[in-house]
Design a protein around this ligand. Sequence first.
Ligand code: URA
Length: 213
Amino acid sequence: MTARQDGVTVVDHPLVQHKLTQMRRRETPTPEFRRLARELSLLLAYEVTRDIPLDYMDIETPIAPMRAPVVAGRKLCLVSILRAGNGILDGMLDLIPHARVGHVGLYRDPKTLRPVEYYFKVPDALDERLTIVCDPMLATGHTAAAAVQKLKERGADNVKFLCLLAAPEGAKVLREAHPDVPIFTAAIDEKLNEKGYIVPGLGDAGDRIYGTA
Ligand code: URA
């Protein structure tokens, strides 16, 4: 089950909501948080890849030959916004192992909350691929918008954004900057606080995935 509004899809499947609640809990330890991030992103991947292209190949079942659909994995590019995006990437790759993978390193300047780039490596021919940008938290939206902008400059023209949790402010910033980029998330929370954290949120996703809190 999903709810769609203005380019934002909230995946409200009960398993998605249950796992997100477990991730939110303060007492959830790092190994469990990491496992939940992987499982949750796998479930979200199902929704974000709903319309990916199929190829056809000749196979034989035990009964008869047939021409059967297979995912055109090489046409898909997953882009992780470092470092927390990698926590989503793993679950996505469990489901789509043939996808190409890119990494974008952008950190938030703690004073301005604006993104600063330190790493950018993506596959070629982005114009021939669906590019799914992954970051667990869509907070201010500035990092996401900057990452999408960079990808478009490299030719990406079919981009989707996948996160676990979004703030309304971040969804608005990304949608206004890139109205052609649909957002997929497990929830839209109440607001951002003065430090740029999502409220109630789940804390710092990178710290909780990697145990660096
Ligand atoms: N990044 C996080 O990891 N958590 C937030 O709440 C906001 C940005």
